[in-house]
Design a protein around this ligand. Structure first.
Ligand code: FAD
Length: 386
């Protein structure tokens, strides 16, 4: 069970893949503890993240992300310090390129002008552009990173992990959160509750009566090439024109230091399933990603690379494309951190650091999260019903 130690302040964090564990990490390293982290299943969260883990510093200005309001250098510092907790080879700096893959246009290699495209990319590649250098782009391993955060918080800071599905947040007559009621009947008393449920946030009436969070299903495959040593640390962003015509796609290709190559793309809005363990990729989308891989490099073709994983996961998206981070209007001591879309791993540490301050000190100074407050949805015509 939970809360066996006589600490004065209990915080229940219903967590997701990165933002949730980051909240735990930052809160647990403060003198106030313990906290309890709840998750729907032991595997899906830190055990089985299917995202890539690409992190970029310097591109985000002008976008509606955390980094557009916080100092780039501060986000970078928080992220790198958090990401770099004794993980060999991670985070790994990357070169990042964008190019057009058009079967009707071929790359011309001039000896005097060596291409930015690495040699292992032997398919059509035109208009290559360097969009990230090892100083500005890096990759982390979401599973290792999150496992490490949770393990440190458990071993060193008294974090207690509860496996169970949150049903609702218990709220007293004065509008203050008092704990988490789980579907199996357990009620975990808490002085504060943080909801980091990703695309499942919309299933809680406390949240969906205020704003919409929807899931964008994205596919990925993990390949193990027969010749991994040839593949250099270059992340590839493609404008991909198919030989069959149609609109261009925008798949991404990421080599890992393990020798694996991760290829993702093929996204569309879809309902999240009840059980996150039950997410499977659509056959056609997986087929397209395999074709993409084989046309990027002959080393990634069938026969030259083993398919280690075929998978899908959901991006948590909001209607105004901004994350939602802050105290829920009308429910004191209940907080939400969701809507990170395709940048939840990059922005997870800054979200965690800001949320820890908000919960413990009543305001965040490390990152200005005011633009992300759920209060922005109040008055938007939604009806409160919890
Ligand atoms: C293919 C792909 C590639 C990506 N690549 C990158 C990348 O390179 N860089 C980057 O920064 N971001 C990337 N992302 C985005 C990143 O994965 C997300 O932004 C991030 O996972 C969002 O985290 P979250 O915790 O909000 O939601 P999730 O990761 O979806 O976690 C939500 C969790 O909440 C749990 N949950 C739901 N309901 C309940 C309940 N009632 N009770 C208990 N637990 C519950 C679920 O078990 C689930 O594990 C990628 C995403 C995809 C799909």
């Amino acid at each position: 069970m939970v809360f066996i130690q006589p600490y004065p302040f209990h915080i229940y964090i219903c967590e997701g893949v990165v933002p949730g564990p980051c909240v735990s990490h930052f809160i647990s390293s403060q003198p106030v503890k313990p906290l309890t982290e709840g998750k729907m299943s032991s595997g899906v969260c830190f055990g089985k993240s299917k995202a890539f883990g690409f992190c970029v510093f310097g591109w985000m200005n002008g976008t509606k992300s955390l980094s557009s309001v916080a100092s780039e250098s501060e986000i970078k510092r928080i992220s790198l310090e958090t990401l770099d907790i004794e993980m060999t080879e991670w985070p790994r700096p990357l070169h990042t390129l964008r190019y057009v893959r058009d079967p009707h246009r071929h790359r011309v290699r001039l000896p005097s002008a060596p291409s930015a495209v690495p040699d292992w990319v032997d398919g059509p590649a035109t208009n290559p552009r360097t969009i990230g250098t090892p100083e500005t782009t890096a990759q982390v391993h979401p599973q290792l990173f999150t496992r490490k955060l949770v393990a440190v918080a458990e071993a060193e800071h008294g974090l207690e992990v509860v496996i169970g599905e949150l049903d609702h947040v218990a709220v007293d007559g004065g509008g203050r959160a008092t704990g988490a009621a789980l579907k199996d009947g357990r009620v975990i008393a808490a002085d504060a509750v943080v909801l980091a449920l990703g695309p499942w946030s919309g299933r809680l009436s406390m949240l969906n009566s205020l704003f919409r969070v929807y899931g964008l299903k994205a596919h990925s495959i993990v390949l193990e090439p027969n010749e991994p040593s040839v593949i250099t640390p270059h992340a590839l962003f493609l404008s991909y024109y198919s030989s069959h015509g149609g609109r261009p796609m925008d798949p991404e290709v990421y080599p890992r230091p393990t020798g694996e190559v991760y290829v993702c793309g093929m996204s569309s809005e879809a309902q999240v399933p009840d059980d996150p363990e039950g997410i499977v990729g659509d056959v056609e989308s997986i087929k397209v990603l395999k074709r993409v891989a084989g046309t990027v490099s002959s080393l990634l073709k069938e026969g030259e690379a083993r398919v280690k994983a075929e998978q899908a996961c959901f991006l948590p998206c909001t209607d105004d494309n901004k994350p939602v981070i802050g105290e829920i209007p009308g429910v004191r001591r209940c907080y939400v951190a969701t809507g990170h879309s395709c940048w939840g791993i990059l922005n997870g540490p800054a979200t965690g650091a800001a949320m820890a301050e908000l919960v413990l000190d009543g305001k965040s100074s490390i990152v200005d999260i005011t633009p992300f407050s759920p209060a922005r949805f109040v008055g938007g015509g939604s009806r409160r019903r919890y």
